[in-house]
Design a binder for this molecule. Structure first.
Ligand SMILES: Cc1cc2nc3c(=O)[nH]c(=O)nc-3n(C[C@H](O)[C@H](O)[C@H](O)COP(=O)(O)OP(=O)(O)OC[C@H]3O[C@@H](n4cnc5c(N)ncnc54)[C@H](O)[C@@H]3O)c2cc1C
Length: 297
């Protein structure tokens, strides 16, 4: 793969890096190197690059806010969508959004254009591609509520347009596979009162500041809420608040957040998560399910 990519590197607008520290691009700031890291600028070049990697595995990185990369890194290609996927258009009563747009930027765009329903995105620190994959949501709204369709690219099938009902969006879950790259997302839109939209965004911001350790190195909620229950409550009642493993700890602020206190390794965070799963299971007989995606070797 490296030989093939080296031959084409100078002919592309996209950037390709070998043995690149990918962990530093995640919110946890832990983890090892990707064998290859590519910042892609258009679909044509994505196709060219994927044609040169033979059978080496690949996956896509959004803004790394829900991702733990293991310490030994990722023995494959990690793709990031670059500025070429960073546009928003209002088109025939739809919002066409490049998948690398940050959720907060989409929320602000909606505010400027008096489009309602996108307020909750102001509280989620990811990209729109990651929001669809994870069906991200908060305070009673989720990505699914607004979605019309997406466009994806995969090495095996090329470009595909998929409508919402075929993505099977559930609580923090979709059927998008790890080799499918969402590059465009289309939302339905409704216009509303600018002041009300602004007020809602303000409420979300204040709730966040009050309830989450947003200044820490964290990936947000570590585990999904079991049906009709709160993972944070179970974790707290199982005695895990403040629990440590190496330099990783369970947040004192929000029990479902794991924190890298500065020098944690990914293995510390993963082992701490396993310890929490164990303790909650022993106390309640409920097995917590990771919300965070873990990749690497
Ligand atoms: C402080 C904090 C608060 C958070 N609060 C919330 C919350 O309230 N609600 C919530 O739902 N989440 C929350 N999260 C988690 C996270 O922000 C969301 O899951 C977000 O949608 C992840 O997007 P991302 O771009 O960072 O994806 P990444 O973390 O980079 O990746 C997550 C997964 O999505 C895949 N992916 C990313 N981009 C694409 C793409 N273009 N095509 C295909 N797959 C892709 C990756 O391969 C990976 O499997 C929080 C995180 C933090 C750090």
């Amino acid at each position: 793969m490296e030989k093939n990519l080296t031959k084409i590197i100078d002919k592309l607008k996209s950037k390709i890096y070998f043995n690149y520290n990918i962990g530093k691009l995640t919110w946890f700031r832990t983890g090892g190197n990707a064998r290859v890291y590519a910042i892609i600028e258009n679909i044509h070049e994505l196709e060219i690059i994927l044609n040169e990697i033979n059978s080496v595995k690949y996956c896509v990185l959004g803004s790394g806010s829900n991702l733990l990369v293991r310490d030994n890194g990722y023995d494959g290609l990690i793709i990031k969508l670059g500025k070429g996927f960073n546009k928003i258009n209002i088109f025939e009563k739809k919002l066409e959004v490049g998948a690398s747009i940050l959720d907060i930027n989409l929320s602000n765009f909606a505010l400027r254009n008096q489009i309602q329903g996108f307020e909750f995105f102001s509280g989620i620190p990811g990209s729109i591609g990651g929001a669809v994959k994870m069906n991200a949501g908060c305070y009673g709204s989720e990505t699914k509520d607004l979605l019309s369709h997406i466009e994806i690219y995969s090495k095996n099938f090329g470009i595909k347009k998929i409508f919402k009902n075929d993505i099977d969006l559930k609580y923090r879950l979709s059927n998008i596979k790890s080799d499918e790259i969402i590059y465009k997302v289309c939302f339905n839109i409704n216009f509303g009162d600018k002041n009300l939209i602004k007020e809602k965004m303000e409420i979300i911001k204040n709730k966040r500041i009050a309830s989450q350790p947003i200044k820490n190195k964290t990936s947000g909620s570590t585990f999904k809420n079991p049906k009709n229950l709160y993972a944070a409550k179970l974790i707290e009642e199982a005695g895990c608040k403040g629990l440590f493993y190496g330099d990783a700890s369970v947040s004192n602020h929000h029990s479902n957040f794991l924190i890298n206190n500065g020098n944690a390794k990914s293995s510390d965070l993963e082992n701490l998560g396993k310890l929490v799963i164990d303790k909650v299971y022993k106390k309640f007989g409920i097995k917590l399910d990771w919300e965070i995606k873990i990749i690497g070797d």
